[in-house]
Ligand binder design. Structure first.
Ligand code: C5P
Length: 236
């Protein structure tokens, strides 16, 4: 399969607490977003990477992208007010490319991999496995089994959620292009915190592929220190 990667990168990172987008925070000598891009750009199956960015960050992204050499084209599209809107904008771009290559007679089965630019540590073996599962089934996501005890706040206090069969959704979330486009087409405007949720609503089953819990999303400043420690451990 040939994979188009969508990276929503248009968030404001309020919880991170910095003035600028957290994706420009430096981890091991390069901005966070670039770690995410680098995990995909050298793979033989990745054809392009589409970054959804905000107007505010446009010039910074352009400068930083101009300073690196990427093995695959990196396209920029304008993101939206929510993560879903940002993904939708990138998906429109990916669909255009897919239509062009179909009319050039170069179409192969296209997978769309949607990956948070704020996840710098995804492993190649996990990408191999989730791409393969998506190629086979049309929809697969990385997910990590819940390790702690899960509580639900109730009106009287709390109760405990049975954690067997319970996973935390990670990214990338990978879909056949038709599957994800259909999901976005029928779900205009509805809220979703990940893309698999939209596909689940179409009743196309989404397969869970167990991925490494190292694949953390940088949300708070302390997450950067954890990411640094993981990178250092991988080097030793
Ligand atoms: O804020 P959070 O880290 O959960 O967002 C997940 C990803 O979605 C980030 O990479 C962020 O830049 C992106 N995002 C986006 N457009 C938004 C909000 C978030 O592309 N409006």
């Amino acid at each position: 399969a040939s994979v188009s990667v969508i990276m929503p990168a248009a968030g404001s990172g309020q919880r991170f607490g910095s003035q600028s987008n957290k994706l420009f925070a430096v981890l091991d000598g390069k901005p966070l977003w670039q770690h995410a891009v680098d995990r995909f750009q050298h793979r033989g199956d990745v054809r392009q990477i589409v970054l959804a960015i905000s107007e505010e960050d446009d010039s910074t992204f352009r400068e930083q992208i101009a300073a690196i050499s990427s093995a695959v084209p990196i396209h920029l599209v304008r993101g939206g007010a929510t993560r879903s809107e940002s993904v939708r904008a990138a998906l429109d771009q990916v669909q255009k490319f897919a239509a062009e290559s179909a009319s050039n007679g170069t179409a192969t089965k296209t997978l769309v991999a949607i990956h948070d630019a704020a996840r710098p540590l995804v492993r190649q073996v996990d990408l191999d496995r989730v791409f393969a599962k998506a190629a086979e089934t049309g929809a697969a996501i990385l997910a990590a089994p819940v390790s702690g005890t899960l509580k639900r706040a109730t009106s009287h206090g709390s109760d405990t959620v049975d954690r067997r069969h319970t996973y935390v959704a990670l990214t990338p979330q990978v879909f056949a292009i038709d599957v994800i486009c259909q999901a976005y087409a029928r779900d205009r405007g509805r809220m979703a915190t990940d893309d698999a949720q939209l596909v689940e609503r179409t009743s196309h089953p989404v397969q869970l592929v167990t991925g490494s819990a190292d694949n953390l999303k940088i949300t708070f400043p302390e997450d950067l220190r954890i990411a640094e420690a993981i990178l250092n451990e991988c080097r030793s």
